[in-house]
Write a protein that binds this ligand. Structure first.
Ligand SMILES: [Zn+2]
Length: 345
C-alpha cells in the first residue's frame, strides 16, 4: 500500500511543475493540453489500480495451504513454525508403550488466501487428531500363523518362549519371536486366548510325537496298520492247542480277501508259500526290522519289490496252519520276534 502511494507521488509531482514552466508558448499549451488529458486518464487508472490492489491486500494475504495426505486441511501463516510443532510435539510422545507416532504426509503450497481462512490453530488441531500411536507388539509363533501369540513386551515374549520350550521339550517346538507394529496394543484377553490356542496345537504335536515314538521299531516308523479293520484273535506269546510253540505274532481276524498293506516302507524279502505260515510275505525295512504277513489267500507283490507304507501286498485268507480267515502279523528285530502290540494296536 505504502509502495503505491509513494509511486503516485513520484509520477504526479513533475507534472504539476511542468504546467507552470511551459505556459507562455502556444504550441506548448496545445501540447500540454493534450498531455494533460492523457495524464488525467493515466491518473484515474493509477488511482483505480491502487484502490483495487489496496482492497485485495486488505482482504487477502500470502499464506501456506496445508495438505494432509490427500486432503487440504487449512491455511497457516508460518510454515516453519507448524513444521516445528509437528516434529517436536505431535510426532513425539512420553508414553513408553508407544513405539512411535505416525502421520500422513504434510505438504505446503504458497498461495494468496482470504485472511479469514487462515487459522494456524485449526490446522494444528486437525493434524494432532489424525496422528496415530503405533505400538510394538511381539509375535511368538511355532511356524503356524494360526497359532501365533502376540504380546506387548519383548520380555513377555521371551518368557513365553522359554515356558513353552520347557513344557514341550519332547517335541522341541520351533518358536520364533517377530516384532510387529500395530495401531492397538494387545489385550490381556487376546493374549490368554492365543496362549490357549498355541498350547492346543503343541499338545496335538506332542500326542502325534508320542504315537510316532510308540510306532517306531528300532528307528523304523510303522506308518500304517496292516489291515483297515481287523479284530485281535490271538496275542503275541499266547499258548494255544492249534500250534506247538508260543505265538510269535499277533493274529487279526478279518474277512476273506481283505487287503493287507505294508506297515512301513521296505523291500519284499519273501513272497510265497512257507509251511505253517501258508502264503507269506516278509518285508525288510532296514535297521534289522522285518514284518511278516501270514496265512494270505493271495499275494500281490513279488520278491525285490520296493514298497511304501500303505501299499497292498496280499489278501486275507486261511492258508497254512490256520483255522479261519485271519492275518498273522509278526515283527522281528534282527531275526527275533517282538510283541507287535508294543508298537501298534
Ligand atoms: Zn498267528
Amino acid at each position: 500500500m505504502i509502495f503505491f502511494i509513494i509511486y503516485s507521488i513520484i509520477i504526479f509531482a513533475p507534472c504539476e511543475k511542468r504546467r507552470v514552466t511551459f505556459i507562455l508558448n502556444q504550441d506548448s499549451i496545445d501540447y500540454y493540453l493534450k498531455l494533460k488529458n492523457k495524464i488525467n486518464i493515466f491518473q484515474i487508472l493509477t488511482i483505480a489500480i491502487i484502490l483495487i490492489v489496496g482492497v485485495i491486500l486488505v482482504k487477502f494475504k500470502p499464506a501456506y495451504a496445508v495438505t494432509l495426505g490427500e486432503e487440504e486441511i487449512g491455511f497457516v501463516n508460518n510454515r516453519t513454525e507448524l513444521q516445528s510443532i509437528i516434529d517436536n510435539d505431535i510426532l513425539t510422545t512420553d508414553d513408553e508403550t508407544v513405539a512411535f507416532v505416525t502421520l500422513d504426509d504434510v505438504n505446503y503450497s504458497f498461495q494468496f488466501v482470504d485472511r479469514n481462512l487462515i487459522n494456524d490453530n485449526t490446522v494444528i488441531t486437525k493434524i494432532k487428531e489424525s496422528s496415530r500411536n503405533i505400538y510394538s507388539v511381539y509375535e511368538v509363533s511355532d511356524g503356524n500363523d494360526d497359532d501365533s501369540v502376540y504380546v506387548n513386551t519383548l520380555q513377555e515374549a521371551e518368557e513365553l518362549v522359554n515356558n513353552l520350550k520347557n513344557s514341550y521339550s519332547a517335541i522341541s517346538p520351533n518358536l520364533a519371536i517377530t516384532t510387529l507394529y500395530l495401531e492397538e496394543p494387545v489385550t490381556d484377553e487376546a493374549i490368554s486366548n492365543a496362549k490357549a490356542k498355541i498350547a492346543e496345537s503343541l499338545n496335538a504335536q506332542l500326542a502325534e510325537k508320542k504315537q510316532r515314538d510308540k510306532r517306531t521299531v528300532n528307528g523304523i516308523y510303522l506308518a500304517c496298520l496292516p489291515l483297515k479293520s481287523g479284530t485281535i484273535s490271538s496275542r503275541y506269546g499266547s499258548v494255544e492247542s492249534v500250534r506247538d510253540h508260543v505265538h510269535q505274532g499277533l493274529d487279526l481276524a478279518a474277512n476273506y480277501g481283505s487287503p493287507i498293506v505294508a506297515v512301513a516302507d521296505g523291500t519284499v524279502k519273501f513272497a510265497g508259500a512257507n509251511s505253517g505260515y501258508g502264503n507269506l510275505v516278509i518285508i525288510d525295512h532296514g535297521n534289522g526290522v522285518e514284518t511278516y504277513y501270514g496265512h494270505c489267500s493271495s499275494i500281490t507283490t513279488t520278491v525285490g519289490t520296493k514298497v511304501s507304507a500303505g501299499d497292498t501286498i496280499a489278501k486275507v485268507g486261511s492258508t497254512g496252519n490256520s483255522t479261519g480267515n485271519h492275518l498273522h502279523f509278526e515283527i522281528r528285530i534282527n531275526g527275533s520276534p517282538v510283541n507287535p502290540q508294543r508298537y501298534i494296536y
